[in-house]
Design a protein around this ligand. Structure first.
Ligand code: MG
Length: 319
């Protein structure tokens, strides 16, 4: 395949949903102060992000890192052109979010039964009942709703997730009224062919690819390859976290999220617009690593830091 043929199969532009402040931080042991989180949100917006998942209105006991969700959202100043969705687990969480002026939420389901029970303490059917009430109320309030579907490739307890099961579970979220579906390879085991098969399943079920985003994890080093193949299948929305932080507090084998840093490098090399400045984002990742007291998994921010004269002349948009 020539470079021209490859490029012709890729989108001209993608949207990155930056998930470090929620999905990323919830897996971290060191709890950041609200002030530091507000600074992180500012820096991510400064880098050019237009969708930043800010926090989660789960119970403070379940995820102590995000116990300050109410204060954070009250103190977060609106910025022109930036959306700040939050995760909402149930009606109580939705009411808290609404009280803070939130305009966009995400709900969370599992394609597999075991993860549903371990992560959400309920069967998939019981979760759907909760979601029905949450989405109805959110829509009445005019909110945008995103549906996360985890374990779309495999589950550590149930094994491989059949494509039909993953597609049916995703369609259930869309039928409830979700505007967008984020398909999660939560434990990062999937490879390019499986991602392609999954997206083919959705296409076959008549789901427009414009309503699908990918949420990839890098446990087995496949996140970027999987993102690329998803792009060739028409996907234009990708969840990623600055520095590649993340995991799952409920599935210990899950590695970090696809790193925004690494995704930006690939996109720049391929001439895919993201609107996010790679140098600013890489600086933010390094700052975040200092705040968390550890080296973060992203490759690109580390490589750029070791390149004193600026980035080498690859990964640049072809002229
Ligand atoms: Mg994740």
């Amino acid at each position: 395949m020539t470079a021209e043929v490859l490029r012709s199969r890729l989108p001209a532009r993608i949207t990155i949903v930056e998930v470090a402040p929620r999905d990323g931080l919830q897996a971290e042991n060191r709890i950041l102060a609200t002030e530091a989180k507000l600074h992180l949100l500012d820096r991510l917006a400064d880098a050019g992000h237009t969708v930043i998942e800010a926090t989660s209105f789960v119970s403070p006991e379940a995820v102590p890192q995000l116990a300050d969700a109410d204060e954070l959202m009250r103190r977060l100043l609106p910025r022109q052109g930036v959306r700040y969705p939050v995760l909402v687990p149930n009606e109580k969480g939705l009411e808290r979010a609404l009280a803070c002026g939130v305009r966009e939420i995400a709900i969370f389901a599992s394609a597999s039964e075991s993860y549903s029970r371990k992560n959400l303490n309920r069967s998939r059917d019981e979760v759907t009942l909760t979601h029905r009430a949450v989405v109805r109320r959110a829509k009445d309030e005019g909110l945008r709703v995103r549906g996360y579907l985890s374990m779309v490739i495999a589950d550590p307890w149930d094994g491989p997730t059949p494509t039909t099961v993953a597609v049916d579970a995703g369609r259930r979220l869309l039928d409830l009224g979700c505007d967008e579906l984020s398909l999660g390879d939560t434990i990062g085991v999937g490879t390019a062919g499986e991602i392609s098969t999954l997206l083919g399943g959705y296409r076959g079920a008549g789901v427009p690819v414009e309503r699908i985003g990918m949420h990839l994890h890098d446990t087995y080093g496949q996140a970027l390859a999987n993102a690329l193949v998803a792009m060739t299948e028409g996907v234009m929305v990708f969840d990623a976290s600055a520095g590649g932080i993340g995991g799952s507090p409920f599935a210990k084998m899950a590695g970090g999220n696809l790193a925004t840093d690494d995704l930006l490098w690939m996109c720049r090399g391929l001439g895919i617009a993201t609107g996010v400045d790679i140098e600013t984002l890489a600086g933010t990742s390094r700052w975040l690593g200092e705040q968390l007291g550890r080296d973060l998994p992203a490759h690109v921010s580390r490589a750029l830091a070791m390149s004193p004269e600026g980035p080498p002349p690859t990964g640049r948009r072809p002229s």
